[in-house]
Design a protein around this ligand. Sequence first.
Ligand SMILES: Cc1cc2nc3c(=O)[nH]c(=O)nc-3n(C[C@H](O)[C@H](O)[C@H](O)COP(=O)(O)OP(=O)(O)OC[C@H]3O[C@@H](n4cnc5c(N)ncnc54)[C@H](O)[C@@H]3O)c2cc1C
Length: 404
Amino acid sequence: MKKVIVIGGGAAGLAAAISSARAGAAVEVLEGERQAAKKILLTGGGKCNFTNLDIDADYYNGACRELVSSVLKRFSPYDAISFFESIGVYPLIRDGYVYPRSEKASQVRNALLKECERLPITIRNNTPVKAAYKESERFFAVTDGYTYSADALIIAAGGLAQTQLSGNGYDIAKAFGHSVTSLKSGLCGIRFCDALNSCAGLRTTASLSYTDGEACFECEGEIQLTAYGISGIPAMNLSNVIAEKESLSGKEILVLDFVPEMSEEEFDGLLYDGMGLLSFFDTSLAKIFDINDSKKHPKHYSVNISGLKGFADSQVTNGGVRTDEVGKNMESRLINGLFFAGEILNVAGLCGGYNLHFAWASGLLAGCAAAGKEFTGAGDSGDIERWKKQQTKSRREYGILIKK
Ligand SMILES: Cc1cc2nc3c(=O)[nH]c(=O)nc-3n(C[C@H](O)[C@H](O)[C@H](O)COP(=O)(O)OP(=O)(O)OC[C@H]3O[C@@H](n4cnc5c(N)ncnc54)[C@H](O)[C@@H]3O)c2cc1C
């Protein structure tokens, strides 16, 4: 029986372990924390948005799109639904966003752990891996006090967002000769210093736009003004695009449209006809606007971006192991028998279930290949038409990023 070691018992690591064991391998998961898959409990505000019916490689950072497209062709949202049904999680689909029917992230985590118990998988908690190497066609994972060995190794150690661990998965990858791109926080708040900071706590609908020099990115939905700048799904989605810049020059501008439902002409016309700013906005916000100043106008209020919130407040890492160094089964192009899965790779998706989708997809592909089997799907995708009908809204209504 082939033996596989997985470094990291998070979303990708557990998916990898399950698919490896289903394909006939004996699996050992080495998890650095006291409990495996703790982060899953935080996802989707505790509800775990585990995939999305509207999925596309365009919803991920530019550098990874080739790999992500090939992964999405082999593992669709319906495959994710089917995988979770196979472990006892029935889906709830709201405007294309997929959650467990119980709306409890703990259900997803417990189902994964239960499936691991059923299969020949040993999860060793409190076992941070310090280093790993390959010698005489075997892999070795070094921990305090013990060195584990296996025929194949999957690195699924996640990223730097909201973790207690040091992120040494990247060092382990580098020791095998892999390159790691620069690491930045993603899906996080955007910082700016402006009168808007005085409206901290205010939630409102707005459309945000950001130009990176070539393309203009726009995202609409509920935002929250904060003492440091702005958060909310549209801001978090834009933060991923901003993070793709090597460094910020201080000249990057974020433009906020506080009345996205009408044109500037319509809006100005209403003001001209006697409506005041207070007819549209909260008092604190109305005080800040100046319709005679193009930078302070509610239709195109401009602020200078000063940076992004850090890893402690972010949901994903932008950057990681270069995706052109892994093949379609997530196997390293440099070392046979070495695989990667999940956020350790330079793959960062928008809000909406895209990061977990990639974690399951890459984990299941890597696990199967590490066991020496061809991936033939996650199971029966069920009644796809029934699920498709539940996707009713357009991308724009999802508040998703639009590139112009
Ligand atoms: C607050 C929050 C909310 C989110 N909500 C969503 C959502 O609703 N939908 C969505 O798609 N995505 C969401 N995400 C993102 C998503 O959770 C991650 O992209 C996903 O968990 C990545 O899976 P992973 O297995 O690659 O990494 P992780 O889940 O981070 O797992 C990595 C595991 O490896 C372990 N590890 C690390 N280093 C070592 C080592 N050296 N030795 C042993 N073990 C190690 C870690 O302890 C961890 O258990 C959210 C993230 C956060 C922080």
